[in-house]
Design a protein around this ligand. Structure first.
Ligand code: AHR
Length: 511
């Protein structure tokens, strides 16, 4: 191998851990058009009898989403969940301060949970630890999961739902370290409140899993100290700590943007180290895992004016409806590579968000629903990544970036299931094609399907026609008969296009 050669070593015996299906989650917040004219639009030609759009539900199924987080996000920190249940005509519009939008409360806890149930999606609920606290959080768990015979469970039954919903995943607030958060708290205030709320919630239903808020990004000045302090209060009560990260191309720095997966990788390593340090001090055998419950490309710094600058609006305003390019889709594919490589510590993740708001699915009110370019790598990974993540070793040259220092040119992740079905995901961040040698000594590799996304140089434009043109230019099959070739010994070579993300499906069986 020359100095610049790229080698990916796969061995079916070297495994990182089972890929939890909850890794392919997404997020629906009461924000902009995520709910209204997103998942829900009575009167839309495809709406079902409950008012939920059939076209969006169909695309959600195709996307392969397993979990959906709800109802926020920043929204949850001023949400009064009791006002969103019961007869719709008696619900009073509420001024949501997080997004400065009048919330009509046509969709609340029951409507969302029943939609999720009909779609076979696991709900992940968040409780308000901004303006509210222990009592409201425990009451919501009782409303959702309680058996008949107590106040809040009986209210659910009176509202028409006999059977408990059995919601398993619960977020203890949202981004409570952020000064923008309504009811923002310091780490001690939040840690104590989260421990008390979590304790009460688990007394209502001991089977639930709790996610405590980690830092809202690695750039927060309190990052690290926040995790340490919050976990020092909550270590014994919670199961997961949250991570949130959004990436964007800034100042035309394409190289740094393409390396977002490496930034995410380092972020995960640091949060794991912080959590394990708290566990070590406590001499605990328990491992806190990660709920990466907001991740995506979001042009936050360059396109979003900030929530404080939003006028007060009503009727599902268009807020943060980012339009994506092939380049953004390559980055999303590479972020999924990172998540798969941390399957041992990241069982839950959510692409933020699902529809209209920084989303893989877009809609027009009364009109079409369509796939953004970022839809394709997510749907492909959710479909192919099965079984266990392999401990893939990559030998690759690196390149220098302004934002992340030296980063690998090629990244890779792989999964193999009990029947030997292999999925291999590869990103080439360089502007040149790369020939990758796959070393699978001791096993036979066969590839029968390939798909790839190319990073384009075109500006992203809103609309289904644009999304279709990007897909035509950037997204398509890999001709596995020419791009994947057997080489000497137990080796196979794969040609990767410049600035691309590739998924290969096949088998890896012990020879
Ligand atoms: O996903 C949009 C917003 O980003 C969420 O409401 C918040 O949690 C994060 O800052």
């Amino acid at each position: 191998m020359s100095d610049n050669a790229v080698r990916v070593t796969l061995h079916p015996a070297f495994r990182k851990g089972r890929v939890d299906r909850r890794l392919f989650g997404s997020f629906v917040e009461h924000l902009g058009r995520a709910v209204y004219t997103g998942i829900y639009e009575p009167g839309h030609p495809t709406a079902d009898e409950h008012g939920f759009r059939g076209d969006v539900a169909g695309l959600t199924r195709e996307l392969g989403v397993t979990v959906v987080r709800y109802p926020g996000g920043n929204f949850v920190s001023n949400y009064v969940w009791e006002d969103g249940v019961g007869p719709v005509e008696q619900r009073k519009p509420f001024l949501d301060l997080a997004w400065r939008t009048v919330e009509p409360y046509l969709v609340g806890t029951d409507e969302f949970l029943q939609w999720a149930e009909r779609e076979g999606i696991e709900p992940m609920m968040a409780v308000n630890l901004g303006t509210r606290g222990v009592e409201a959080a425990a009451a919501l768990v009782e409303y959702c999961n309680g058996e008949a015979g107590t106040r809040w469970a009986d209210l659910r039954i009176a509202n028409g739902r006999e059977k408990p919903y059995g919601v398993r995943l619960w977020c203890l607030g949202n981004e409570m370290d952020g000064p923008w958060q309504i009811g923002h708290k310091d780490a001690h205030e939040y840690g104590k409140l989260a421990a008390q709320a979590g304790h009460a919630m688990k007394l209502v239903d001991p089977s639930i899993e709790l996610v405590v808020c980690g830092s809202s990004s690695m750039q927060m000045p309190t990052f690290g100290e926040w995790e340490r302090t919050v976990l020092s209060y909550t270590y014994d009560i919670v199961d997961h700590i949250s991570m949130h990260a959004y990436y964007e191309e800034l100042d035309g720095d394409r190289g740094s943007f393409l390396a977002s997966g490496t930034a995410m990788d380092r972020f995960v390593d640091r949060v794991v180290a912080s959590a394990d340090a708290v566990g070590a001090e406590r001499r605990s055998d328990k491992k806190i895992t990660i709920s990466f419950d907001e991740w995506n490309v979001w042009y936050l710094e360059s396109r979003f004016p900030g929530e404080k600058n939003l006028p007060i609006q009503r009727d599902a305003p268009r807020i943060i409806e980012d339009v994506y390019s092939g380049l953004d889709a390559v980055v999303v594919g590479d972020l999924l590579v990172t998540l798969l490589n941390h399957a041992d510590r990241v069982p839950v993740a959510a692409l933020a968000q699902l529809v209209n708001v920084i989303a893989p699915i877009m809609t027009e009110p009364g009109g079409e629903a369509w796939r953004q370019p970022t839809f394709h790598p997510f749907a492909t990974t959710a479909r192919l990544a099965r079984g266990e993540a392999l401990d893939v070793r990559v030998t690759t040259p690196s390149y220098g970036t302004a934002r992340h220092g030296e980063v690998p040119v090629v990244t890779a992740a792989a999964t193999v299931d009990d029947d030997g079905a292999l999925a291999l995901f590869l990103t080439n961040r360089s502007a040149e094609p790369v020939e990758v040698e796959i070393d699978h000594v001791g096993s036979a590799l066969a590839v029968h399907e390939g798909l790839r996304m190319l990073a384009d140089h075109e500006p992203a434009v809103h609309g289904p026609q644009h999304a279709a043109r990007v897909a035509e230019r950037c997204w398509g099959p890999v001709d596995v008969t020419t791009a994947v070739r057997p080489a000497q010994g137990a080796r196979t070579t794969v040609r990767l296009e410049p600035e691309s993300w590739t998924a290969l499906a096949g088998t890896l069986t012990t020879a």
